[in-house]
Design a protein around this ligand. Structure first.
Ligand SMILES: [Zn+2]
Length: 61
C-alpha cells in the first residue's frame, strides 16, 4: 500500500492503491484532511477548510 507523508505532522499516511489525484484522505496522526496531488511518489497537500461565509443576514432588526 502506498504511503505519503503528512505535511502537517510528517506521519506516514496510507493512500488507497487505486486512489486518484484529488482524492481526500485523513491523516490518522493529526486528523488533518489531505488531498492527493501526486501518485508516484504519493504527494499530499493539506486541504484548508475555508469557511466562506457571505454576510449572514440577521433578521433581528
Ligand atoms: Zn498528520
Amino acid at each position: 500500500m502506498p504511503t505519503g507523508t503528512c505535511p502537517e505532522c510528517e506521519a506516514d499516511v496510507h493512500v488507497d492503491t487505486d486512489a486518484d489525484k484529488g482524492e481526500i484522505v485523513d491523516c490518522e496522526e493529526c486528523g488533518v484532511q489531505l488531498e492527493v496531488v501526486g501518485l508516484d511518489p504519493v504527494e499530499l497537500d493539506i486541504v484548508e477548510e475555508e469557511e466562506l461565509d457571505d454576510d449572514e443576514d440577521e433578521d433581528e432588526y
